[in-house]
Design a protein around this ligand. Structure first.
Ligand SMILES: [Zn+2]
Length: 137
C-alpha cells in the first residue's frame, strides 16, 4: 500500500500553502504524508469497514492547503484512494489477500467469512475473539 500513499502525497505536496513560512510548510507536508500513510494502513487492514476513505483523508489534510487548491487536492485524493481501493478489491476477489493479510476465522451472521484483521497472534478479530476462548476450551 506504500506506493499508493506515496502517489497521493506526491500529487498534493507542492500544493501546500505557498505563503506559509518554510517550517510550517515542512510540517504541513509531514502531516499530509502521515495522514496518507495512516489512511492506507487502515484501508489495508479493514477494507470493508472503512466507509468513504477518500472523504476521510481529505478532511484530515485539507487545512494544510489554501482554499484555491482545495478542489485539486480533493480530486487527487479521490483518484489515489480509488486506485488503492480497486487494488484491494482485486486482491480480495482473487484470494491473494490471504497470503498477505491475515483474516479472522469467524463467519458473520450472514454466513460470509469475516474479513476483519485478527488480533495479533490470534485467529479472530476483536468482535469475534470470544470464539477463540470457546475453541480453546
Ligand atoms: Zn471476525
Amino acid at each position: 500500500m506504500y506506493q499508493y500513499s506515496r502517489a497521493i502525497y506526491r500529487s498534493v505536496k507542492d500544493l501546500v500553502d505557498p505563503y506559509a513560512d518554510r517550517l510550517t510548510q515542512l510540517e504541513s507536508r509531514r502531516a499530509v504524508l502521515v495522514a496518507c500513510e495512516q489512511t492506507m494502513e487502515r484501508l489495508a487492514s479493514d477494507p470493508l469497514y472503512f466507509a468513504k476513505p477518500d472523504r476521510a483523508l481529505f478532511q484530515d489534510i485539507r487545512r494544510h492547503f489554501p482554499i484555491t487548491v482545495q478542489a485539486e487536492v480533493a480530486w487527487a485524493v479521490q483518484q489515489g484512494v480509488t486506485a488503492a481501493v480497486q487494488f484491494i478489491e482485486e486482491q480480495i476477489e482473487s484470494g491473494l489477500l490471504d497470503g498477505g493479510i491475515a483474516r479472522c476465522r469467524a463467519t458473520t451472521r450472514k454466513g460470509k467469512p469475516c474479513q476483519r484483521t485478527p488480533l495479533p497472534d490470534r485467529d479472530y478479530c476483536p468482535s469475534h475473539q470470544h470464539l477463540e476462548a470457546k475453541a480453546a476450551a
